[in-house]
Design a protein around this ligand. Structure first.
Ligand code: IMP
Length: 443
């Protein structure tokens, strides 16, 4: 069976959590390759809302191996709290969790450094999730990061925490913030070692041996393409590679092992945090989309900025990820609209741009052009098979496909697993839909 990457084609919050959850029965392994607990994957099971941050959504399926790669930054406290919360709503088989020893740890000083950095930026702040993600990746690149494997060596851990805390405290004091107590951090992280060490594995070797045995992997992206550190709207991005290439570097898996990339795309666009957003709506319709779509950050609770579907941005995402098929989410949010504009082109200084300009100074000034489609005025959630979908909606899909260059292979029309319709022909050979449907039927 195939190994596929599932990632977001916009600014995150495309509904990847639900899609990964639905597709998981067709895979043996779900592997996270970047980001940390800045991600928030919301899934609803039997009407129960479950938000996952660090743990792959595959954990909700018995038998699935959940892998956290070296490209992830791990806050051990958040991870253990999440496990605890999860155990209260569902059974968790902890032998099914593997964490790379090479994943970097988030430490308390990362959160303080991030708060100070955002405060210092003032109006120019990124609007981060303040989970310490960026500063943890800074330390990784600066070669002073502390990794999960360091938890196994108490003396090494102590030395590294003390050195890092001393260095950070110089900065904190200079900025008028309270210094942190290294001894307390050492004690805290030594305690985490006992709880985490059972999960530590050589993830690259584990995945290779599993794939050799014919097991299939779903590589789960966090955030979205436009938040990618290299290909997103830098500097208004997260600090990792959320694009498809991140799956290789973030897990120690070669590109030849990946068979396809599925791009999850929302039928409109949202963004949390600061940065350019050409199709953003600043009017009542934007608020309506936010209300109908329950657009509040799963991690921070912040209201998401809302706007129309941006085909220029998604076409760009399809290119940088090599997206094979799109999975469209939340079209039901638009059920009530008479007319639905789709951004087809950008103009800048009077000329049409051929490519998406990821540079904020340009992106802030582009003039989006729209094509308006008629609304479908039908509750899409009532559709149970593809052929139930109304023609006005299929016209809308066709336009998106034509503009972005990728076919839509599935549509999610509601929060429940069963609110998912597939084009079987377009997923043939990539996802075993019989397994997906059997799992839905067994609920
Ligand atoms: P950071 O990842 O916390 O450093 O935040 C950097 C930017 O990415 C901010 O605009 C955040 O709002 C955004 N961001 C981070 N994680 C997510 C996510 O899971 N969904 C949507 N936006 C995110």
């Amino acid at each position: 069976m195939s190994n596929i990457v599932v990632l977001g084609t916009q600014w995150g919050d495309e509904g990847k959590g639900k899609i990964v959850d639905v597709l998981t029965p067709a895979f043996d392994i779900v592997a996270r390759y970047q980001g940390g607990h800045n991600a928030g994957h919301t899934v609803y099971i039997g009407g129960k809302k479950i938000v996952l941050h660090a743990i792959p959504s595959g954990i909700l399926h018995p038998g699935t191996l959940c892998v956290i790669g070296n490209g992830v930054v791990l806050d051990p406290r958040a991870f253990l709290d999440e496990l605890l919360a999860l155990r209260q709503v569902t059974a968790v088989d902890e032998t099914r969790i593997a964490i790379s020893g090479h994943a970097h740890l988030i430490l308390p000083y990362h959160r303080v450094a991030e708060r100070l950095s955002e405060e210092a930026l003032g109006e120019r702040r990124i609007g981060t999730t303040c989970r310490g993600i960026g500063p943890a990746y800074v330390d990784k690149a600066a070669r002073r990061g502390i990794r999960v494997c360091d938890l196994l060596d108490p003396a090494e851990l102590k030395e590294k925490i003390e050195a890092n805390t001393a260095e950070k405290n110089v900065l904190f004091r200079a900025l008028g913030a309270d210094p942190l107590d290294a001894a307390a951090i050492v004690e805290e992280y030594r305690a985490y070692a006992a709880s985490i060490k059972g999960y530590i594995r050589d993830v690259s070797a584990l995945l290779e041996s599993q794939m050799r045995q014919g097991k299939s992997v779903l590589f789960e992206g966090a955030q979205g393409t436009l938040l990618d550190m290299d290909h997103g709207t830098y500097p208004f991005v997260t600090s990792s590679n959320s694009t498809a290439g991140g799956a290789c570097t973030g897990l120690g898996v070669g590109p030849t092992r990946i068979d396809a990339v599925l791009g999850v795309t929302k039928t409109y666009t949202t963004r949390v945090g600061a940065g350019p957003f050409p199709t953003e709506l600043h009017d009542e319709t934007g608020l309506l989309l936010g209300r109908q779509g329950d657009e509040f950050g799963a991690t921070t609770g912040r209201p998401r900025r809302c706007g129309w579907f941006d085909a220029v941005a998604v076409a760009y995402a399809n290119r940088v990820n090599g997206v094979d098929k799109l999975i469209l989410t939340k079209p039901d949010v638009l059920d009530v609209l008479d007319e639905i504009p789709v951004c087809t082109d950008y103009f800048y200084k009077g000329s049409r741009l051929d490519v998406f300009p990821a540079e904020p100074p340009i992106l802030e000034k582009v003039e989006p052009r729209f094509q308006t489609m008629r609304g479908w005025h039908t509750p899409l959630r009532l559709a149970r098979v593809w052929t139930d979908l109304p023609s006005a909606f299929l016209d809308y899909l066709k336009l998106i496909e034509d503009l972005t260059g990728a076919e839509v292979a599935a549509v999610s029309t509601g929060v429940e697993r069963s609110d998912t319709l597939f084009r079987d022909d377009r997923l043939a050979g990539l996802v075993d839909l019989d397994k997906v449907r059997a799992a839905m039927a067994a609920e």
